[in-house]
Design a protein around this ligand. Structure first.
Ligand SMILES: Nc1ncnc2c1ncn2[C@@H]1O[C@H](COP(=O)(O)OP(=O)(O)O)[C@@H](O)[C@H]1O
Ligand SMILES: [Mg+2]
Length: 292
């Protein structure tokens, strides 16, 4: 999983990493960003989901529609049956209501989808390109939020004095949701390798600390940092000044996170797009020691 604030290079690193894994086995790159760019960076022409980029590399961009479908398939009908006993609402409106009103529901299902995909075992590696950090972190709050929302349900039912027959399924559903949340947290803790992507600038470095703390709160540890856009040449006054300014932040990151694997990725004169440029990034990431 590649986390970090917007524009730092998460998609670039995810794509280069996926390319690397695809050399040795079937690999899936998943984007859960609301404005995904994996297809763009790979210059993919396949419109299938997942889309084939290379024989062993597929990409999948998960948007709101997919989330809704997943929720629908897994819980929608059951929850609706119980709710429709006392709320007169069409099924489509109900799904719309649930998926827009429950914060974190979408993110919960993104984690769930990735976990399920991983367990199906079709891919040797799954590379997960996340949304900008704020959104990604809020998914970690989801189990607690979900629990609170759902605790309301049995109370509502007992107040409405519905018979036992209708009350039990709600409790079953509640229990299953809690179990699912716990499974997803376990998956994040045990099966996901977190890489934080950042750039050597004041704001990005400041935000880094908070991001680490947030993840630690949930027992999630980042194992690696990629510092992107590092100026490595001093061919002009402009670049000399830029490189000098970056030194402060580079030093800070290396000192503060000396226990982690840190890879520096140079700033290229061109944007990173297409397989050839991605190969250049891959080479640097993996010679720099990105953990497989
Ligand atoms: N090392 C780099 N050198 C030059 N351009 C880069 C580099 N890394 C990323 N970019 C460009 O910066 C833009 C943002 O990168 P992207 O990976 O999409 O960031 P994020 O996914 O974190 O929002 C893209 O246009 C990408 O091509
Ligand atoms: Mg991105």
């Amino acid at each position: 999983m590649f986390a970090g604030k917007g524009g730092v290079g998460k998609t670039t690193c995810s794509a280069a990493t996926a390319l690397h894994y695809a050399d040795s086995g079937p690999t899936l790159a998943i984007s859960t960003d609301a404005t995904p760019s994996l297809a763009h960076i790979f210059e993919a022409t396949d419109r299938q989901k997942p889309a084939r980029v290379l024989p062993q590399l597929h990409i999948s961009e998960i948007g709101e529609r997919e989330i809704r479908e997943m929720w629908d398939a897994k819980f929608g009908r059951e929850v609706y049956e119980v709710f429709s006993a006392f709320v007169d609402i069409e099924y489509e409106d109900f799904v719309e209501f649930m998926t827009s009103v429950l914060p974190g529901l979408g993110e919960e299902f993104m984690v769930d989808y990735i976990r399920e995909t991983s367990q199906k075992g079709l891919y040797g590696n799954i590379v997960w390109d996340t949304a900008p950090l704020g959104q990604t972190l809020s998914l970690l709050e989801t189990p607690a939020l979900l629990g609170n929302h759902l605790k309301m349900a049995p109370r509502i039912y007992s107040r409405l004095k519905l018979g036992r027959r209708s009350r039990e399924p709600v409790l079953d559903i509640l229990k299953r949701w809690e179990e699912l949340s716990a499974e997803n947290m376990d998956f994040l803790r045990n099966a996901v390798y977190f890489t934080m992507v950042t750039i050597p600038e004041a704001l990005a470095v400041e935000q880094l600390e908070g991001a680490f703390r947030e993840l630690e709160k949930y027992g999630l540890t980042v194992k690696q940092i990629v510092i992107n856009n590092v100026v490595k040449t001093e061919e002009s006054e402009f670049l000399i000044t830029k490189a000098r300014q970056q030194q402060t932040y580079l030093k800070h990151i290396h000192e503060k996170y000396s226990n982690l694997k840190i890879v520096e990725l140079p700033m290229f004169p061109q944007e990173v797009k297409g397989l050839q440029r991605l190969r250049e990034v891959e080479e640097i990431l993996f010679q720099g020691g990105i953990i497989k």
